[in-house]
Design a protein around this ligand. Structure first.
Ligand SMILES: Nc1ncnc2c1ncn2[C@@H]1O[C@H](COP(=O)(O)OP(=O)(O)OP(=O)(O)O)[C@@H](O)[C@H]1O
Ligand SMILES: [Mg+2]
Length: 242
């Protein structure tokens, strides 16, 4: 039997649901969630701003025992009281094999994780240099390089937020290396560069719920391509429309 995917599938414990008009169950992608199966290597979450990607990723992280602010499973603290109860309603189907490594990267709270690492003197795993003493992108690449050991289950929320286009390609390579070392990723992203990673499944969040899409059929691919090929005209048109 295959070790991966560590996290095979999630489903919503629908029978226990109450408050369908309230966050997070008022989000179509959450309300319509039935079964979602994961790719052994990389599963991408894509969709418009506000379509529920972070909400679901965070709920998966909490159901797996990660702290809401991200970091390793040992980093358990919360500076936000905005955590949704969705994790209590998720049924998780896991592999018989347990991942040996974990990381939950939330772009929004990377700063807080870095602070916590400094305050607790927990910088051994990061090349002995405070994450605050690096640029956002350098700090992220340092986590990729020094902190993730393979055989891991890694959840990333918009990792591209910190990264220049060439660093996004470097991140692709780093992700691939970890995939080859028996790791599984779930990544919420808007990056047409990251989405190009072929050993993946792309899950689209929209008003109808969740569906699988091909890379070339994502808006990220189509719009970016169209924009770059026609940028002068596009910008002109956009200005006129405004
Ligand atoms: N704590 C909260 N309480 C109430 N509503 C919330 C809360 N957090 C998020 N929402 C709402 O839930 C919806 C989904 O938010 P979420 O952050 O999951 O979107 P997203 O797909 O990650 O978007 P983005 O691409 O902008 O990161 C949004 O409409 C948001 O305003
Ligand atoms: Mg988000």
């Amino acid at each position: 039997m295959e070790i991966k995917p560590y996290l095979r599938e999630i489903s919503l414990k629908r029978e226990r649901l109450t408050g369908l008009n309230q966050y997070p169950f008022n989000i179509p992608a959450v309300r319509e969630l039935d079964h979602l199966s994961f790719h052994p290597d990389v599963t991408f979450f894509v969709g418009e701003n506000g379509s529920g990607k972070s909400t679901l990723l965070e709920a998966i992280a909490l159901a797996l025992g990660f702290g809401p602010e991200g970091g390793t499973r040992n980093v358990r603290f919360s500076t936000a009281d905005s955590v949704s109860p969705l994790h209590q309603y998720l049924k998780m189907v896991k592999s018989f094999a347990k991942p040996q490594d974990h990381y939950f990267l939330r772009a929004e709270s990377f700063f807080n994780v870095a602070t916590y690492m400094d305050e607790t003197g927990y910088i051994g795993g990061y090349d002995n240099k405070s994450l605050h003493a690096r640029s956002h992108g350098e700090a992220f690449m340092s986590v990729m390089r020094d902190k993730l050991h393979g055989n891991g289950l890694y959840l990333f929320d918009e990792p591209e937020a910190a990264l220049s286009p060439s660093r996004q390609m470097a991140a692709l390579v780093a992700i691939h290396r970890l995939v080859e070392e028996r790791s599984q990723f779930i990544i919420a992203t808007h990056s047409p560069i990251l989405l190009a990673y072929p050993r993946s499944k792309i899950v689209l969040f929209d008003g109808t719920g969740l569906s699988e899409v091909r890379y070339e059929d994502t808006e990220h691919y189509a719009i970016t391509r169209h924009f770059l090929n026609n940028h002068r005209k596009m910008v002109e048109t956009l200005m006129q429309d405004d």
